[in-house]
Design a protein around this ligand. Structure first.
Ligand code: SF4
Length: 193
């Protein structure tokens, strides 16, 4: 009986935290989808800062992702810059205004609440939520995000000190290699850059 009550409590709490987090994100003239987009662009590597990658991450259509990006671009939070190697490709990046706004992310208050928790609780919650997330992803689908060091496409360091992506057959800076990628392929063996 206690087990059932605890599971119902957990479900209710997860739902409540989700709704509170969503409600917090109607601020600074943005909505939750726009905040998600801003966060994604702030954390993604250059291959992932595209409308298609954003759509995969948000689980939405490319058209909807493009509308969100356009709205943020109009507000001056994002800009599109041509790829130095291929002028047909344009990467999306944060402007200074966007970087400044991200520093005021309303979800920072969740960060502060987590920081107040004892380390052992953080560890247990993190383990449990990771399992829940993986289970939900298996059942419902969803984009796996990860970084180069644990990716099956990672081909290691180049002579020039960059890192090589086998999927894109292109180099990334070591800084970019620590950013999230939507083409991530989970792998157990880690390699260094
Ligand atoms: S190695 Fe993997 S994570 Fe890194 S850029 Fe390539 S696909 Fe993305």
């Amino acid at each position: 009986m206690t087990d059932i009550v605890n599971k119902e409590d957990l479900l209710r709490l997860l739902d409540r935290i989700g709704r509170m987090s969503r409600g917090l994100q109607y601020c600074h003239g943005l909505n939750p989808a726009q905040w998600d987009c801003l966060r994604f662009i702030g954390q993604a590597n250059r291959f992932s800062r595209t409308p298609g990658a954003l759509a995969a991450f948000l689980g939405t259509t490319k058209g909807t992702a493009s509308q969100t990006l356009n709205a943020l671009e109009k507000k001056g939070y994002l800009r599109r810059v041509p790829d130095p190697e291929d002028r047909r490709v344009r990467h999306i990046e944060l402007t200074e205004l966007g970087t400044g706004l991200l520093a005021e992310d309303p979800l920072n208050c969740l960060d502060r609440a987590i920081a107040n928790l004892p380390a052992e609780i953080v560890e247990t919650m993190s383990d449990g939520l990771n399992r829940l997330c993986a289970d939900m992803q298996t059942r419902c689908g969803g984009q796996d995000l990860g970084i180069c060091q644990t990716c099956g496409h990672f081909e290691g360091e180049t002579d020039g000190g960059n890192m090589m992506c086998g999927l894109k057959q292109a180099e990334l800076s070591c800084e970019d290699a620590t950013r999230f990628c939507v083409n991530f392929l989970p792998e157990t063996n880690t390699k260094s850059c």
